[in-house]
Design a protein around this ligand. Sequence first.
Ligand code: GTP
Ligand code: MG
Length: 325
Amino acid sequence: MSTQDPSNQEEMSVDEATQVDMWVEQDVPSGHRSGFVAVVGRPNVGKSTLMNALIGEKVAIVSPKPQTTRRRIRGILTRPDAQIIFLDTPGIHRPLHKLGEFMVETAYRTIPDADVVVFMVDASTWPTEEDREIADHLRRVRRPKILLINKADLITPAEAKPRAEAYLALGPFDEWFLTSVLEGRDLEAILKAIVRFLPEGPRFYPEDVITDQTEREIVAELVREAALHFLKQEVPHSVEVQVDEFKERENGVVYIGATLYVERDSQKRIVIGRGGSMLKQIGRHARHEIERFLGRPIYLDIWVKVRPKWRRNETVLRHWGYKPK
Ligand SMILES: Nc1nc2c(ncn2[C@@H]2O[C@H](COP(=O)(O)OP(=O)(O)OP(=O)(O)O)[C@@H](O)[C@H]2O)c(=O)[nH]1
Ligand SMILES: [Mg+2]
């Protein structure tokens, strides 16, 4: 598994990126298709789960808490007949602070960069106001659109028809599926539909590259995922993780120093826990996931710091890389 430093691609639009400076393999079979697929929808519907399932690797972190994904993440699937570059996006919601505004802007700004848009919704609820707003926006987008009604495992067959009809009424869509990504239903059919809508073109990434995130960025996300896993209520939303050190030592162990920021002293106490028990749990879980990802033993140091109201602080957000591309 490899990642690619996106430093020379991030600032470019897809059009520029496909023409300039991007690795392009011309030697592909005739009829080879390639392109960008934006996955959009409100928080927690399963966008990152879908991207991971289609790629077959954990590229984006996933959690049962809404607003898990904060940045646009590329996940790349290379097959003999096609290369699909998924653009996983933050859930579109009504933002309450600058971080939320950044997330929603990121999601909307991804749509024009895509060749195909996958609009994902949750079958276990009726369409919400957020779903309607996203659908209103998509109606003005001239690109193939696929509606993916996910979490079908949570409803009965009798509920399925009226639910699907309610979502289909938000269209028009070029294709739709009622599915359960968690159960791995219809994944091959979904991929086939996506590929069918992609233009013919070369490969933009070598076949072993599966994401544009750097190892450091993925490590930070895996620590945040562990925090999301153990922390409750509002605390996980106030968590930011930055990797400060990433060094391979002579004995082959990778030393990783990370800082976990929260917004208040009370949250810091919760994250550390009695006698450090919570931080130990988070650290153990994160270390396991990071070792699996890197395929090497690591030593993980996590420091907890308070950065008051960081989600509202534009300077801090920019410093941490939350800036529109
Ligand atoms: N029951 C059920 N749960 C699912 C399904 N797909 C995803 N989930 C769960 O839904 C939760 C949210 O999944 P994510 O992939 O993080 O959702 P997301 O849309 O990326 O969320 P944000 O990043 O917050 O916008 C996780 O607990 C998933 O395991 C499904 O088909 N059925
Ligand atoms: Mg996500």
